[in-house]
Design a protein around this ligand. Structure first.
Ligand SMILES: [Zn+2]
Ligand SMILES: [Zn+2]
Length: 278
């Protein structure tokens, strides 16, 4: 049993905490830099495609936007690292059940699906709450300073919003642990990477999803880049991965499908005057 009077044990505990925190910084920073950096490079390589499918044609993110997004994302990484540390300590103390090995593929798949659906609901309702008059300024205004999103907008939050966004993970894992469900390490890892990739895609500024996406009932329930871009430019569309919460609650942008069709068929229209000459 650890007592505060035992310097050896306290030293050990402090070292463990410091190690976990540094792991959190590495883990949370690297995924942001890798995902936002990779998408930026892809948008540069496929410049023609990105320009044709630019969602907001009359406006571009400024250098000041990029700087603000990058700096505030570092603050978000620090908040996330504290939560990563808390989860790791929770696992070591038995408060959070987590299986690092010995999970079947089926377990990883169903746990991944459950956590994504749960996070989507958390995001939708937390997001709507942050848009209320009382909370908007203190929590979410900062994210909306990015009127024309870039991949680097993905983590551009106030400290309060970062806490609200990341709180889902410990709350979810604590709840499932109370139900006796040990989450598989791989299910959590896939969830985190899926979240990060969808987050930078939602802020890409150019539509990345294939033409016809919103006209096919098999794909229309998955949110596109236009879906979240419209949220930044004109409100509506509070959902993250999926469109169904916005449809159930009547918060979807009334011209969402039209806007998507317009962006994804531009190169094919004869009146495409904005097409580059080459
Ligand atoms: Zn918002
Ligand atoms: Zn956003």
């Amino acid at each position: 049993m650890m007592t505060p009077a035992d310097p050896a044990t306290l030293d050990y505990a402090m070292t463990r905490v410091a190690d976990h925190f540094m792991f959190g910084i590495y883990f949370d920073l690297s995924r942001y830099l890798i995902a936002a950096g990779a998408l930026t490079v892809l948008l540069l390589i496929f410049r023609g495609f990105a320009e044709t499918r630019r969602i907001q044609r009359g406006r571009r993110a400024s250098r000041a936007d990029y700087t603000r997004e990058l700096l505030s994302s570092m603050r978000t990484v620090a908040v996330y690292a504290v939560v990563t540390l808390a989860i790791l300590v929770g696992r070591e103390t038995g408060v959070i059940l987590m299986k690092i090995q010995q999970a079947t593929l089926w377990t990883i798949i169903w746990q991944f699906v459950v956590i994504v659906i749960a996070h989507n609901a958390w995001f939708y309702w937390a997001h709507r709450a942050m848009h209320s008059k009382r909370l908007f300024r203190a929590t979410h205004l900062h994210h909306h300073k990015s009127r024309t999103p870039t991949p680097w907008t993905a983590y551009s939050f106030t400290m309060t919003e970062a806490v609200i966004e990341v709180a889902f993970v410990p709350v979810f894992l604590f709840t499932t642990s109370q139900l006796g469900i040990a989450y598989a390490g791989f299910a959590i890892l896939f969830f985190i990477w899926h979240q990060m990739i969808r987050n930078v895609m939602a802020h890409a500024g150019s539509e990345l999803f294939p033409t016809g996406w919103v006209d096919n009932p098999w794909t229309d329930w998955i949110a596109t880049t236009t879906h979240h871009d419209l949220h930044h430019s004109s409100g509506h569309n509070f959902g993250f991965y999926f469109t169904f919460w916005d449809r159930w609650m009547g918060t979807e942008h009334p011209r969402y499908r039209e806007a998507f069709r317009e962006v994804t068929t531009r190169g094919r229209e004869p009146e495409g005057l904005a097409e580059p000459a080459e």
